[in-house]
Design a protein around this ligand. Structure first.
Ligand SMILES: Nc1ncnc2c1ncn2[C@@H]1O[C@H](COP(=O)(O)OP(=O)(O)OP(=O)(O)O)[C@@H](O)[C@H]1O
Ligand SMILES: [Mg+2]
Length: 233
């Protein structure tokens, strides 16, 4: 069963600084994704990987085409869906994990991790216990659990970001460069956590430049080249 079907997807940006010059970031993208599959999204810097992910999450509105997502309540085109429908899907099914943590001031690391779960589950202590387990697995020093992540290192912030994305076990996970600034031991932990999610049924679209992560994690790859899917590999 396909959880995602992308057809003829294009995204153009109008560059206001350059007299509204148009930049075609994605051109006629066409692919589908099976439920429980992990797809690795690869390609050179600027090839359109993050733009594609943001079109799926609807941070960007596609210029044309369709992105049909099979939700628990039936099929929905994420290009045509209302804001209300998108908010509900983000709350209950689809999680996006960007490359960088957008830090919430004066919220502890534990509570940053719990944020998504707090929205749907009122048992705060249970959520915090789960968060601690994840942070322990990810090797984040216990001294940092109650600290504010603003001052954390890149790798520490990335671990917080990953923990908060996976804690609620989303049905569909979009994850941008999950292992980029991690040491090899933590990289293995992240790969195992993502494979555990897959075993529970999560479908994952993962941007990565890291050959080791791709080898261990993904079922297949989609390579973007200048905004198009490159079918040569
Ligand atoms: N909001 C935006 N406004 C204008 N142009 C944009 C915007 N977002 C992306 N682009 C352009 O779209 C193209 C694709 O960018 P994108 O961020 O999707 O690449 P990427 O493959 O994720 O690269 P990287 O590996 O460096 O993260 C680039 O030329 C970029 O400048
Ligand atoms: Mg990117």
């Amino acid at each position: 069963m396909n959880i995602l079907e992308v057809t003829n997807l294009s995204k153009e940006f109008k560059l206001h600084m350059l007299n509204n010059k148009k930049l075609a970031a994605l051109k006629n993208i066409h692919f589908s994704m099976k439920q429980g599959e992990i797809i690795g999204l690869t390609g050179k810097s600027g090839s359109g990987k993050s733009s594609l992910m943001k079109c799926i999450y609807r941070t960007y509105l596609a210029s044309s085409g369709a992105i049909v997502y099979l939700s628990q309540k039936g099929s929905i085109d994420l290009v045509q869906a209302t804001e209300h429908e998108i908010i509900a899907l983000r709350k209950n099914e689809i999680t996006y994990c960007s490359q960088f943590l957008s830090v919430i001031p004066r919220v502890s690391a534990i509570d940053v991790v719990c944020e998504t779960i707090f929205k749907v589950n009122t048992d705060k202590e249970l959520a915090r216990t789960k968060a601690k387990m994840l942070l322990e697995q990810l090797g984040l020093a216990t001294d940092l659990w109650d600290a504010f992540p603003v001052t954390f290192s890149g790798g520490e912030q990335q671990r917080i970001n990953i923990a908060r994305a996976i804690i609620s076990e989303p049905r569909f996970l979009l994850i941008d460069e999950p292992t980029a600034s991690l040491d090899s031991k933590t990289k293995d932990v992240v790969i195992d956590l993502l494979l555990d999610l897959k075993a529970k049924g999560t479908s994952i679209l993962c941007i990565s430049h890291d050959e080791y992560t791709l080898e261990k994690l993904v079922d297949r790859r989609l390579n973007l080249h200048l905004g198009k899917i490159d079918h040569t590999n």
